[in-house]
Ligand binder design. Structure first.
Ligand code: PHE
Length: 358
């Protein structure tokens, strides 16, 4: 018994002293391996008489279990220590200041989109997307613009070659088809903004064939024009980062909204310089209105139950106003000097609380 007790102490001490997984394995083989010392004692059991064999066997098993458990525990400790050492060695210091040089800049269109989305996200709007290649139904008909409607001519649409049945796909002329897709896919209450590219066959000082819009849509049981006004006034003040911007809702016409309005913001053009928020000038920045009952019906919603508002605005236009970019066409010239001048630092993500633009 004494030899067993001292063997146990000796092995346990060796386990505790093992400094590496390899050392530990050596100790394990020496005690529990085929030719290990405990295994050797087990083999001697056969020579004992039954009563002595039972007693000795029990004692040996206790020691064996104890040693195995000690080895397992030590193994976990060593593995943890190895992992800690690796983590310490491979760690990245996230407190190091970022080095934005050499990674380019964020294009003002992307920046402006992100800013607008951040503002509406803060108000509880989700982002929705739709295809740039649309069909006639989503781009026109469902938006209360039936075939032969004069509004179709106003849109300078790019059509794709006709299909065998005579129908033609087109490049969406506005982001409003995303309203239709959203109402078809999800039940009210709906609160989305849909940013994206839009196309019109038009190219001059103030038009490019591809441009960007962001659409907004809110549908619920009791949404009214007051909500529309409050929401857009809040947006304008947050986006232009000036409080108390004069905002004017001027009656207008869109086939898919009734009543419709265009929103103007106050500005001054004193000394040839444009300042948002003061003065006696007005600048149009977006179109909006209460969703037309025919649009709700086209999407399977009952206009006696649901109502809401929609708005749409051009990203280039509000980017030019906010950042003093004088020429629309420069947005798409891919001129590196322009991008360096008007671009934004990639690591400054716009948030309403942290600052939209810095
Ligand atoms: N789709 C309109 C346009 O492109 C903008 C708009 C959207 C107006 C939603 C009213 C409501 O001019």
């Amino acid at each position: 018994m004494d030899t067993l007790a001292s063997l146990r102490d000796e092995v346990l001490a060796a386990v505790g002293a093992a400094g590496s997984l390899a050392d530990l394995d050596e100790v394990r083989v020496g005690a529990l391996g085929k030719k290990g010392r405990l295994t050797g004692l087990m083999k001697e059991l056969g020579g004992l008489d039954p009563e002595a064999r039972r007693m000795r066997g029990q004692a040996l098993n206790v020691v064996k279990d104890e040693v195995a458990a000690a080895i397992e525990a030590r193994k976990t400790d060593l593995e943890d220590a190895a992992l800690d050492a690796r983590l310490a060695q491979e760690g990245i210091d996230v407190t190091l200041p970022p080095r934005p040089d050499g990674v380019g800049t964020i294009h003002p269109i992307s920046q402006t989109m992100d800013e607008v989305i951040a503002i509406f996200a803060q108000m509880g709007f989700a982002v929705a997307e739709g295809p740039e290649i649309e069909d006639d139904f989503h781009n026109f008909t469902a938006l209360n613009i039936p075939p032969e409607h004069p509004a179709r001519q106003m849109h300078d649409t790019f059509y794709l070659p006709p299909h065998a049945d005579g129908t033609r796909h087109l490049l969406r002329t506005h982001t409003s088809p995303v309203q239709i897709r959203t109402m078809q896919e999800q039940a009210p209450p709906i609160r989305i903004v849909a940013p994206g590219r839009t196309y019109r066959c038009d190219s001059d000082m103030t038009h490019t064939p591809m441009f960007h819009q962001i659409e907004g849509l809110v549908i619920d049981r009791s949404t009214h024009f007051g909500h529309l006004k409050g929401c857009l006034i809040e947006f304008v003040e947050t986006f232009f980062e000036v409080s108390e911007v004069p905002v004017r809702f001027r009656p207008s016409f869109f086939p898919f909204t009734e009543p419709s309005a265009e929103v103007d913001i106050g500005c001054s053009r004193k000394g040839g310089e444009l300042t948002i928020g003061a003065g006696d000038g007005w600048l149009e920045i977006l179109g909006c209105g209460m969703v037309h009952p025919n649009v709700l019906i086209a999407c399977g919603l009952d206009p006696a139950v649901y109502q809401g508002f929609a708005f749409g605005m051009g990203i280039e236009r509000i980017a030019m106003l906010k950042y003093g970019i004088p020429d629309l066409r420069t947005f798409f010239d891919a001129d590196l000097r322009w991008l360096k001048h008007y671009g934004f630092v990639p690591l400054d993500l716009p948030t309403v609380t942290g600052g939209l633009s810095r």
